[in-house]
Design a binder for this molecule. Structure first.
Ligand code: ZN
Length: 110
């Protein structure tokens, strides 16, 4: 068992693959190619999965992936939680609002 990460979205699996590659861990994506075996037949149960090339790398790969996902989650939460100040009325607006809840002015860039 060398699977370290799986996700229905191939782009996401590929993103994690590049994170592991940066960490010096060789890995490959499996699962995609199985869809080619039966043309025209979707296989929803077969999500692309990321496998490490060497099973010895698995524990380290898992911790790299866990760290990456935790950092990503933290980034998403902190950007949603940062308040911004409305340039028009000076009101503090929660970070998940794109316009001022009070005067409807758009969020300033940056
Ligand atoms: Zn405002």
């Amino acid at each position: 068992m060398t699977e370290v990460f799986t996700h229905p979205d191939y782009g996401r699996v590929d993103l994690v693959r590049s994170v592991l590659a940066d960490a010096g861990i060789a890995c490959e994506i499996r699962g995609e190619e199985k869809r080619e075996l039966i043309p025209g037949m979707p296989m929803p149960s077969c999500d692309p999965a990321l496998h490490v090339a060497n099973e010895a790398d698995l524990p380290r790969a898992k911790s790299v992936v866990a760290e990456f996902l935790a950092a990503e989650k933290q980034r998403a939460e902190s950007s949603a939680g940062t308040e911004w100040k409305c340039a028009q009325c000076g009101e503090m607006v929660p970070g998940n609002f794109d316009s001022c809840w009070k005067c409807d002015a758009l969020r300033p860039c940056g």
